[in-house]
Design a protein around this ligand. Structure first.
Ligand SMILES: [Zn+2]
Length: 374
């Protein structure tokens, strides 16, 4: 997605800051004369300070024993926008602007994070919520947004997938069974045992980001479309807009760990589960139309072609098409072969006989010739 490129840019600008311990400013209006609030702010600042660039804090210091037992990363906001770089480390400027004691033992702390560009304009990256409780032994601990709002959630387990969904949603067993059937086939094709998955789904991605700890993250506010993200460290799917069957993210959980060096993991997930609510062929058709009308785009520089519009990601569509072509040729063995390559150049060369010097023309031809109607 287009955000990935932006995040990569941010990541580079953030590197120079990452050696410094992170600390948030405190906005005027936060009552730091209240000792309870002061203590909560110190707790949060200490946590923030333990994020050093890519390095994560020792969660045992800040989260409950139970959360640390259940999750390698108990804080769902760590990779709030995507990728494997902590969202708080992307933000070069952070401000705590709201600390509310709901009782003597429960607090909400809101932070805003962003960066300042070359024109000295402040750009907002996220607004986060952290929920902090004081235990009986007077220890401060974070609790997850899910725990905080647990009375608004239902859960249901089907085979290896535990679905978590807001009470206002009526669970659709037919769709859940469709997901499970696809999972069974995936396990068979790739010789994988079932993986226990926590699957959070909502109607909108705003609600997903809320359950991950945010009121806002960069990219929210555009027209709704099915959107998901997966956490392969703790096997969690977060998704909105496709109900109980967001297969794409489940594919990432099963297959990414098997192919750590492949550039095709996103393509493989699009091949199996489509993208943003539509199957691969729908995206290929849109890509064909787009390329016909945009002759200046140079597919020789594939990495530069990462944004088309809000509904089709051209890069992941092309990667998905590579997987589809390999599957059409040699079924599952074709896919398995594809996933052994470690660069796009190698894939183009070995699978499609395309050399760097004529990549633009040859790749355009490959895309135009793809039959999107059976
Ligand atoms: Zn994906």
């Amino acid at each position: 997605m287009f955000l990935r490129r932006l995040i990569f840019g941010l990541f580079l600008t953030t590197l120079s800051y990452s050696a410094n311990a992170q600390k948030a400013y405190i906005n005027p209006g936060v009552d730091t004369t209240d000792v309870r609030i002061k203590e909560v702010i110190q707790f949060y600042q200490s946590y923030l300070g333990d994020f050093k660039g890519k390095k994560l804090p020792d969660f045992n210091k800040y989260w409950s024993v139970e959360d640390c037992k259940n999750f390698k990363i108990p804080d769902p906001s760590v990779y709030g926008i995507g990728g494997d770089y902590p969202t708080v480390s992307m933000a070069t400027v952070k401000t705590i602007f709201y600390v509310k004691p709901l009782s003597d033992s429960l607090y909400i702390l809101k932070t805003t994070g962003g960066w300042i560009d070359s024109l000295k304009t402040y750009n907002l990256l996220y607004n986060s919520n952290h929920y902090i409780k004081k235990t009986k032994s007077k220890r401060l601990e974070f609790i997850t947004p899910y725990q905080y709002s647990i009375d608004q959630w239902e859960s249901k387990k089907v085979r290896n997938v535990t679905f978590f969904y807001p009470k206002k949603i009526k669970f659709n067993s037919t769709r859940a069974d469709e997901l499970i059937n696809q999972i069974k086939k995936l396990e068979k094709d790739w010789n994988s045992p079932p993986i226990e998955i926590k699957y959070f789904y909502t109607l909108t991605y705003d609600e997903i980001q809320f359950i991950r700890g945010f009121d806002f993250t960069l990219g929210l506010g555009n027209a709704d479309k099915p959107t998901g993200i997966s956490n392969q460290t703790d096997n969690i799917v977060y998704c909105a807009g496709s109900g109980e069957n967001y297969f794409h993210e489940v594919v990432h959980i099963y297959l990414n760990p098997m192919h750590k060096n492949s550039p095709l993991n996103e393509g493989l997930a699009v091949f199996y589960g489509g993208s943003m609510g539509h199957p691969l062929k729908w995206h290929i058709k849109r890509l064909q139309d787009y390329l016909i009308n945009h002759n200046a785009i140079d597919l020789g520089k594939l990495d530069n072609f990462y944004f088309m519009d809000n509904y089709t990601n051209p890069n992941s569509t092309i990667l998905g098409m590579f997987c589809q072509l390999a599957y059409d040729r040699d079924k599952i063995n074709g896919l398995k072969r594809m996933m052994t390559y470690t660069s796009i150049k190698e894939i183009l060369d070995k699978e499609f006989n395309i050399r760097p010097e004529n990549q633009n023309e040859a790749l355009r031809k490959l895309i135009y010739n793809y039959k999107t109607i059976d």
